[in-house]
Design a protein around this ligand. Structure first.
Ligand SMILES: Cc1cc2nc3c(=O)[nH]c(=O)nc-3n(C[C@H](O)[C@H](O)[C@H](O)COP(=O)(O)OP(=O)(O)OC[C@H]3O[C@@H](n4cnc5c(N)ncnc54)[C@H](O)[C@@H]3O)c2cc1C
Length: 433
């Protein structure tokens, strides 16, 4: 059993960003014209600082009404459009590495590993980047023609995330293909049990600080109906070629389901699109998105023109799935049977806190949802460091910390306050310096 000062669970954008910062890449204020022009009070407050921003007095910052995640977002993105690297008001210098380990069941990049191949992000590419490695810098180093102000395709984004560990020399601290199955209290802090997915070997680790950044959909939701385990049913949609039959049922109603239904339709499949929600609710999302996102303009057009290859079934539930591909539905109070070759579940997932066991206090959770149709139970945390109010030295990474917005530039917003708090507690950085 090995001991580490800190362990991060989850190698998505939230966990990966923290790994690089704990790995020694620390932010320093350098200012920029646009930052000073837009946020003169912050610029004045930060200008005298010679030391790393990880040494900020985060409690004082919160008392003055500035959330740490917001401060670092503004330093990184002082304006929405990217024009030049010099607009980023902080720079990163390499310092001392903390003894940390990152454990993740997937490769780094988190849920983007399994997102559909051609999926476009909801936000411009540069909003998905880390402050220590702007996408424009990556594109220049790799000689890639990326417009960082446009939506970015999943394949480009995941290559960027996969490149980060070696680019910043963190590979030896990162164990992928390892699923944490239990987290318990221990005299040295926390005891983690994990399963190496390839060898099926069990491992154990202890650590003083734990950062839980396992994302908002570690446990995929289930329909809970007969036939759900049949081979014709899947919860993974990558691309139309994986579904060679003609008739595909997509069950969902959020953004992932909209993407799958649209792409399958355009690839010539016959799509039954089953949703529990009402038509009004679905069209609210389409209406909000059709002018900014090209695939929403497309699904709007398919449905408005009444394409014979897409049937949208609102207020509909799957009741049973048969071996022969018949699916029994309850739609508007009536039963209906639809014959399909494949059924794709795009019904989302939930954050999994069931791993935590044996702690004197249970984690208090708050439900959070937004206009983008993301929802998650967040951990109640202190606003200055995103440390759980119930379990000391446990930090909630990314969207799992209460008070963090669910989408767009927020996913690694907790990074700097967590890293700063932890390094300050360890005496590596003088608080308030
Ligand atoms: C389809 C889709 C599109 C999205 N589009 C955008 C967008 O355009 N812009 C935006 O800002 N956000 C978007 N989001 C929000 C999204 O949550 C973030 O982009 C981001 O991936 C969240 O990062 P994360 O690190 O918190 O979690 P994740 O990306 O979910 O990463 C968590 C990682 O932890 C792993 N893990 C979980 N449990 C364990 C365990 N027990 N042991 C080991 N590893 C574990 C998971 O397998 C995963 O690899 C989108 C989300 C979805 C689902």
């Amino acid at each position: 059993m090995s001991h580490h000062t800190a362990i991060i669970v989850g190698g998505g954008p939230a966990g990966l960003a923290l790994a690089v910062v704990l790995g020694g890449w620390h932010p320093y204020y350098r200012g920029s014209e646009v930052f000073s022009a837009r946020y003169p009070q912050l610029a004045e407050y930060l200008a005298p600082r010679q030391d790393t921003l990880l040494g900020l007095d985060f409690q004082e910052l919160v008392r003055t009404g500035v959330a740490p995640a917001d401060l670092f977002r503004l330093l990184h993105h002082p304006r929405q459009k990217f024009e030049e690297l010099a607009q980023v008001a902080m720079e990163f210098r390499q310092g001392e590495t903390l003894d940390y380990l990152l454990l993740s069941q997937e490769q780094v990049g988190g849920l983007w590993n399994k997102a559909p191949r051609n999926l476009l992000t909801l936000s411009p590419g540069q909003w998905m980047e880390f402050a220590f490695y702007p996408l424009a810098q990556y594109a220049e180093e790799q000689d890639l023609a990326l417009d960082v102000n446009e939506l970015i395709c999943k394949t480009d984004l995941i290559e960027y995330y996969h490149w980060v560990p070696s680019r910043f020399g963190q590979e030896e601290h990162i164990h992928t293909g390892e699923k944490v199955t239990r987290i318990e209290p221990h005299e040295r802090g926390f005891l983690l049990t994990s399963l190496e997915l390839e060898t099926r070997c069990t491992r154990q680790y202890t650590c003083k600080y734990l950062i839980y950044a396992a994302g908002q959909r570690c446990q995929l939701r289930r329909l809970g109906v007969e036939g759900e385990e049949l081979p014709l049913v899947t919860s993974r949609y990558d691309r139309p070629e994986d579904f060679p039959g003609h008739r595909v049922m997509v069950v969902g109603g959020g953004r992932s389901a909209d993407w799958a239904a649209t792409e399958l339709h355009d690839a010539g499949r016959q799509v039954s699109y089953v949703m529990r929600q009402s038509r009004e609710l679905h069209w609210q999302l389409i209406g909000d998105s059709r002018h900014g996102l090209p695939y929403y303009a497309r699904i709007a057009s398919i449905l408005e023109h009444g394409s014979p290859r897409m049937e949208a079934l609102y207020r509909t539930r799957v009741k049973r799935i048969g071996r022969d591909g018949r699916v029994w539905l309850s739609t508007g109070g009536e039963e209906r049977v639809v014959q399909v070759d494949h059924l794709i579940k795009e019904i989302g997932g939930i954050a999994d806190y069931s791993l935590f066991t044996g702690f004197p206090a249970a984690l208090q959770l708050e439900e959070k949802y937004d206009n983008y149709r993301f929802q998650v139970h967040q951990v109640r945390t202190h606003p200055h460091n995103y440390e759980s109010i119930d379990i000391p030295n446990l930090y909630a990474g990314g969207y799992l910390a209460a008070g963090i917005g669910l989408v767009v530039i927020a996913m690694h917003g907790t990074t700097y306050a967590i890293a700063g708090d932890l390094l300050q507690k360890e005496g590596r950085i003088t608080p308030g310096s």
